[in-house]
Design a protein around this ligand. Structure first.
Ligand SMILES: [Zn+2]
Ligand SMILES: [Zn+2]
Ligand SMILES: [Zn+2]
Length: 166
């Protein structure tokens, strides 16, 4: 791990700048501390930290999705460039309202829409994905409310309170 200054270091996995005393890289979930055990299996060493729930998991309970470590529960999230979908609707007004609510709560939401994204129109690079195998359950033509992965749990709690999601 190369030091850039006294308090920061570079993640050996993804190259993100992190605090030296961090036990894992918040960007990719690389485990930086030693002797960490799986949250679910107290006998198995953790192989990474889920960047959504921030808990350590073994290789049976989690894995890397395009270089980011996610647990089984969270690898079904649609993730696009470090942002995860927390809500989606064909109603743009509804999604904007949800976005404003999350902004008010101090989060950093972003609305992703293929319709509103002319650069990607007609191109095959619709890149929201999940980790394991083929999955065609993603709705392409909706407005997707995305938040940074580490804000997913707070955002879902807020959206549940406001009854956007169950
Ligand atoms: Zn990293
Ligand atoms: Zn998780
Ligand atoms: Zn495990």
């Amino acid at each position: 791990m190369a030091n850039t200054n006294d308090n920061s270091a570079i993640c050996p996995h993804c190259g993100a700048e992190i605090q030296v005393d961090h036990e894992f890289c918040p960007e990719c979930g690389e485990l930086l501390a030693e002797n960490v055990l799986c949250h679910r299996h107290s006998s198995k060493p953790a192989s990474g930290v889920c960047i959504v729930c921030r808990l350590p998991f073994c290789s049976d309970c989690g894995g890397r999705v395009q270089n980011r470590f996610l647990c089984e529960e969270h690898d079904t999230l649609e993730i696009f460039e470090g942002m995860a979908r927390v809500f989606g609707s064909s109603n743009a007004v509804e999604v904007e309202f949800a976005k404003t609510s999350l902004e008010t709560a101090g989060l950093h939401p972003f609305v992703f829409s293929r319709k509103a994204n002319p650069i990607s129109l007609g191109a095959p690079e619709y890149t929201l994905y999940r980790s394991s195998g083929e999955y065609d359950g993603h709705i392409v033509n909706e407005f997707k409310l995305m938040v940074p992965c580490q804000e997913v749990q707070t955002a879902e709690k807020k959206l549940r309170e406001l009854r956007f999601i169950k």
